[in-house]
Every structure is written in structure tokens, then in C-alpha cells.
Design a protein around this ligand. Structure first.
Ligand code: TXA
Ligand code: MG
Length: 364
């Protein structure tokens, strides 16, 4: 935390945040992925308030955030007592994943302990848990000495916040909302979610910075995509991952992706647009060049061609562009490769849900 204008929080501020959580209030705090809107995971009224404030359907489950155990000796960090109050069975695979990736941007779904509140699991038999790496999140969790439920700190269906100012603008009307400022989020998209609750097959529920390939190379554990298990696992009607709705993370300006060299194809859906089109261009490409349209005015916006850097700035860019009054925003389709799966997933949903709310898209 330095140099970039982020605020170093004093112990006094963290203590005030802890007290707010204990009193059943909400505290927005930074994580390495996106900012979360936190509440005491043992307080049903506080949890209900999160759903109300976000405008989120109550059957969409929340992630419980836990503090990492003290590590006086890296090799002996013992997560079992940390997880025991929340999780029914902790497999060898689970412990391997935890040792390899916690604290960090990986959420694991387990069969829940019976004491875990239905209010936070959406009535399901499972619970999602993660230990965020951000020092302010860790400090808050350590001092709170309990689980904190925290969805991304945005209104339901909107772009997740990656700075304290973004959180403030999402919840402008909640004047007394406590927001801990930890600067800009490094990862920039939400954690990878892996479901371990079904026994033999770990399943990728939400792609993120940590990919199945990285998991395999660090732990030897094979993570399955839902499509690979189509015949094994039947679908349920419950929206287990709210981010899995087709429309999510959506700006109010229309957003589309273009295939390499095909900007004009993307424009054909919007025959009336003659100006105010922002086109994101890879920093590795010189420019749109000949691809322009004689009667449409493009404005180029450079985006990073490295997947992690792209992810870290994606929501920032979408928010900024959304504020600038463009008629249309065009992004290049991310290339093939699992390191791009997280941003491809977020961009697809952002496109689907984008545009003025009067549009026919289902934004729920
Ligand atoms: O990076 C993140 O995970 C951020 C930061 C704040 O930690 N949090 C976040 O929370 O993205 P949220 O609520 O916006 O997304 C959590 C996702 C939801 O899509 C939810 O459906 C899924 O986790 N989830 C929670 N509990 C689950 C469960 N028991 N089974 C399957 N999915 C679950
Ligand atoms: Mg969210």
C-alpha cells in the first residue's frame, strides 16, 4: 500500500470497522480482487441488510471471508481449525488447494456445517469460503475474529468496484456507509470459484486469475469445467452463482466485442450510430488503421495485451468509459487460452447486460 494514493489505515479505523461489524452494520473493504460489502456471517439481520442494499435476490449465496491463521512458520500453517466451524468435511484435495492458494483469489465451495446460516447460503447445503490476501482485509478479519460475508460492493448486476471511490459512487445514497480505502485492487476481477462439494470432481464455477492449468501444475488436482461434466451432474434451477446469469457486470452504455479486424461488423447492429464510438485496441496493435469507417468517428482506447494486466484494469476502464457519454463501446475479443477465460466471461456478460435499461436484454 504505497505510492498510488491509497490510504494506510490506522489501527483505530480498523477497530471502528470491527465494532461496526459487531454492531450488525456493513463495512466495505478492499480485497485483492474487488471491493467487498461486508457483514457478520453469524448475524442474520446484517446479512439481510446486504441483500437489501445490493438489491440482490435472497437465494443468491454469499462468500464467507476468513482470516489466515498466524504463520510463524510457513510450512505449518494449519487451516483445519479455521475451517472446522464452517465446513462439514475437509478433503485432502481441499487442503492441498488451500495450502497452495490461500490467502488469495480462490473461493472454495464445501458442504456446510449445520451452524452456517441459511440466510447466507441461499438455503443451500453448501458454503463458499475464501481467505483474501489484501492486508487490510486480513487485518479486519483477524481483529473481527469471525467470518465476514462479502459480495462485491456494487448494486446487483452492475460492474464490481475496484477502488474505494467506485464503492462510494455505487452507494451514494448510503451516506454513513463505512468504506476502508486500500487503493486499487490488483487482480481486478472476482475470485476463481471451485466447487468441492460434490465429492470426486472439483468443478470450476467461475473463472478468474487462478486457472485450472495453474491449479494442476501446483497441486496435481484436475479441475473440471461444467461442460465436461454435463452428463454426470444435473443442473438445478437454483442460481448457485449469481455471476452466472447471462447479464452481469453491465455498463449502461452499449458494449460489444469485435473479432480481430472486424470493427465494422460489430457496428452493423447499430446503424444509427455515427459518432461517439470508443474502440478498445490492444497495446500490441499499432491502431485500427484502415479498419475505420468513413462516416463513423472512432476514438481509440488502448488496452493491455497481457491478460493479468487487462483484468486488473477491466472494470476501471468499463466504469470510466461508461461515464464518458459514448454511444457505443467496442472491445476486442480476448484471444483463446485459459488465462483469458476470466476476462472473456466478464466481458461477455457485460456485453449482454449493457445498454440503456429500456433495452430488451434481461438484466435481472
Ligand atoms: O473476489 C470475490 O470473490 C469477491 C470479493 C469481495 O471477495 N466477492 C464476490 O462475491 O465476488 P459475489 O457475492 O459478488 O459473488 C460470489 C459468488 C456468487 O456468484 C455466488 O452465487 C457464489 O459466489 N456462491 C456463493 N456461495 C455459493 C455456494 N454455496 N455454491 C455455489 N456458489 C456460491
Ligand atoms: Mg458480484
Amino acid at each position: 500500500m504505497s505510492g498510488d494514493g491509497s490510504v494506510l489505515h490506522t489501527t483505530a479505523v480498523i477497530k471502528e470497522a470491527v465494532q461496526t461489524l459487531r454492531d450488525g452494520g456493513l463495512v466495505a473493504f478492499p480485497t485483492e480482487t474487488v471491493y467487498g460489502l461486508g457483514a457478520d456471517a453469524k448475524n442474520p439481520e446484517a446479512i439481510k441488510q446486504i441483500f437489501t442494499v445490493k438489491g440482490r435476490p435472497s437465494n443468491h449465496p454469499l462468500i464467507v471471508h476468513l482470516a489466515a491463521p498466524d504463520k510463524f512458520d510457513e510450512a505449518q500453517v494449519d487451516w483445519v481449525p479455521v475451517l472446522a466451524p464452517w465446513v462439514r468435511d475437509l478433503s485432502e484435495d481441499a487442503l492441498k488447494l488451500i495450502q497452495a492458494f490461500w490467502p488469495g483469489p480462490l473461493t472454495l465451495v464445501f458442504k456446510k456445517d449445520k451452524s452456517v446460516l441459511n440466510e447466507l447460503t441461499g438455503g443451500q447445503d453448501t458454503v463458499a469460503i475464501r481467505a483474501p490476501a489484501h492486508p487490510i482485509a486480513q487485518e479486519l478479519l483477524r481483529r473481527f475474529k469471525g467470518g465476514v460475508v462479502a459480495p462485491s460492493a456494487n448494486r446487483f448486476g452492475k460492474v464490481s468496484p475496484t477502488s474505494a471511490a467506485d464503492v462510494r459512487s455505487e452507494f451514494e445514497d448510503i451516506l454513513d456507509l463505512m468504506i476502508l480505502d486500500g487503493g486499487d485492487c490488483e487482480v481486478g476481477i472476482e475470485s476463481t470459484i471451485i466447487d468441492l462439494s460434490s465429492g470426486d470432481h472439483p468443478i470450476l464455477l467461475r473463472p478468474g486469475l487462478i486457472t485450472p492449468g495453474e491449479i494442476f501444475s501446483k497441486t496435481g488436482i484436475k479441475v473440471y469445467l461444467p461442460s465436461e461434466l454435463g452428463s454426470i451432474k444435473q443442473n438445478s434451477d437454483t442460481p448457485r452463482v449469481s455471476g452466472s446469469l447471462r447479464a452481469h457486470y453491465a455498463p449502461t452504455t452499449s458494449l460489444r466485442m469485435y473479432a480481430p479486424g472486424r470493427v465494422l461488423d460489430a457496428l452493423s447492429e447499430f446503424p444509427d450510430i455515427k459518432s461517439r464510438v470508443a474502440v478498445a485496441v490492444w497495446d500490441s496493435d499499432s491502431s485500427l488503421g484502415e479498419d475505420g469507417h468513413p462516416s463513423v468517428h472512432f476514438e481509440e482506447v488502448i488496452v493491455p495485451s497481457d491478460s493479468a494486466t487487462f483484468a486488473s484494469r477491466l472494470y476501471r476502464s468499463l466504469r470510466d468509459l461508461d461515464q464518458q457519454g459514448w454511444d457505443l463501446i467496442l472491445y476486442p475479443e480476448p484471444p483463446a487460452g485459459e488465462e483469458w477465460d476470466g476476462v472473456r466471461d466478464r466481458l461477455q456478460r457485460a456485453c449482454f447486460g449493457s445498454g440503456p435499461s429500456s433495452s430488451s436484454h434481461d438484466k435481472s
